[in-house]
Design a protein around this ligand. Structure first.
Ligand code: SF4
Length: 453
């Protein structure tokens, strides 16, 4: 049945394209229309006000549930529904077709883009204001289309190399219980039947299909389903890729995304506003500045597209607010990455002589915890917006606790399985201690977000 579903996707490209254009139209409307309207007053509700409705769709539904979908069905969102990917591929059909330059292929771009987008999003309060959302999301779309116009032909160069969330999705897709399974023997032994008119497969995100062993790069678009009698949509254990594939495809970029991006920067972006440390640092620096007669950093002089500046909403950021915010996010991300990474490094060392590949492999055990935390962090906006509109979700606390505990145990189980790949008996048991410390630290960070301590 699953294989049939994959083949169905391959046969219904026109219908998928139509759906993609509908999503593009909704996306552009939600992005642009609210910027033309006045900000909603206190009596407005998400079902009566376009701006609030757009805010709820983008930040309350879109982001958290796209993230969840990636962990459940792989990057189906990217391949079938993403408006940025659809626009990028459409423009690419009329591209100048230049070869993709080496600087675009640099593997660090997704980490840099994710970090800058996360920090900039907090600086301009992207969740609250339509103009900020237009700059952040619209800017990304414009960049995607521009890249498509120059590089590649019928490809998604942006999605493959530059999209700010591509690596986050790639990491989470490793958990998905669905994947396009490639039978290497059938792939290699296949010979094109004489007179066959079967077209070549255009894999838009540039996946080397014959060598594909995991979900990370695949957009699950289904185009290659059945190709050469070797590609089939199939079920697998959610642990399979992390335990058995990720060890052979270890990547420092994935490690940076998990340790510094998801567990560090993303967690900091969710909690800085209520952090007593952030407030204390700000007050201390402000007092020092006043004592020294330097009051200019205490002015809200930056435009709204650099730092939040909406005096009518009584919501402004001074230069000091912005500077402390950026420093807080970066220091928190660095500390979290170093502490949790240190624990994982200790576990890797206990399993044998130092091996970067083993270290990177063990870091992958944290994917369930990191993904669950970011999903719960994003869904805070969902819960807050529903609460503000009179819809109280009393079960949320229990659900969060259950999901976090489940994700932490899943990470521990993955750690145990990965340790079993690299070591035996005593060493494996010993490695579980620092691994448990890493999982405990990550879990404590997310727990403190929902139950402040
Ligand atoms: S390998 Fe490429 S063509 Fe095949 S499903 Fe994945 S993204 Fe689509």
């Amino acid at each position: 049945m699953l294989a049939g579903l994959g083949d169905w996707l391959a046969r219904h490209r026109r219908m998928i394209a139509a759906v993609q254009w509908i999503v593009v139209a909704i996306y552009l409307a939600l992005l642009i229309v609210p910027t033309l309207l006045p900000m909603p007053d206190r009596s407005a509700r998400i079902w009566t006000n376009v701006t609030l409705a757009a805010q709820f769709v983008f930040w309350g539904l879109w982001w958290p549930f796209v993230l969840l979908s990636v962990a459940l069905v792989g990057r189906l969102w990217c391949g079938v529904l993403c408006p940025e990917g659809a626009l990028s591929e459409a423009v690419s059909t009329r591209s100048r077709g230049y070869a993709i330059p080496t600087w675009i292929r640099w593997k660090g771009w997704p980490v840099v883009a994710f970090s800058l987008t996360t920090i900039y999003g907090q600086m301009v309060s992207v969740y609250q204001y339509p103009r900020a959302a237009l700059v952040v999301l619209g800017g990304s779309t414009l960049a995607a289309v521009s890249v498509a116009f120059f590089y590649g032909r019928n490809k998604r160069v942006w999605c493959r190399y530059l999209c700010p969330v591509s690596r986050v999705f790639a990491v989470l897709a490793k958990l998905a219980p669905l994947h396009y399974q490639v039978d290497a023997r059938s792939w290699q032994s296949w010979q094109k039947p004489r007179g066959s008119t079967q077209a070549r497969i255009n894999c838009a995100p540039l996946v080397a299909i014959g060598n594909m062993r995991g979900n990370a790069a695949c957009h699950m678009c289904g185009r290659c389903s059945g190709f050469r009698g070797a590609v089939t949509l199939a079920r697998r254990s959610p642990n399979h890729e992390i335990v058995h594939v990720a060890g052979n495809e270890t990547s420092a970029v994935d490690t940076l995304v998990i340790l510094f991006g998801l567990l560090g920067l993303a967690a900091a972006a969710f909690h800085w506003g209520s952090s007593s440390i952030y407030i204390d640092v700000k007050l201390t620096v402000a007092s020092w500045l006043i004592e020294h007669g330097q009051t200019w950093p205490l002015q809200a002089v930056a435009p709204w597209w650099i730092l939040t500046n909406y005096p009518n909403q009584s919501d402004v950021m001074t230069l000091l607010d912005g500077a402390v915010l950026i420093a807080y996010l970066m220091v928190f991300a660095a500390l979290t990455g170093v502490v949790i990474g240190g624990c994982i490094a200790a576990a890797a060392r206990l399993l044998g002589p130092w091996s970067p590949a083993r270290f990177h492999h063990l870091v992958q055990s944290l994917i369930p915890l990191a993904g669950c935390g970011v999903f719960l962090g994003l869904s805070m906006t969902t819960v807050t917006l529903l609460n503000q509109n009179g819809i109280l979700l009393s079960f949320v606390g229990g659900l969060r606790a259950t999901l976090l505990a489940g994700a932490a145990f899943w990470s521990l189980w993955l750690g145990w399985r990965i340790a079993g790949v690299h070591g035996r008996s005593i060493a494996r048991l010993a490695a579980m201690l620092p691994l448990a410390a890493a999982v405990g630290t990550g879990a404590a960070i997310w727990t403190s977000l929902f139950w402040r301590f």
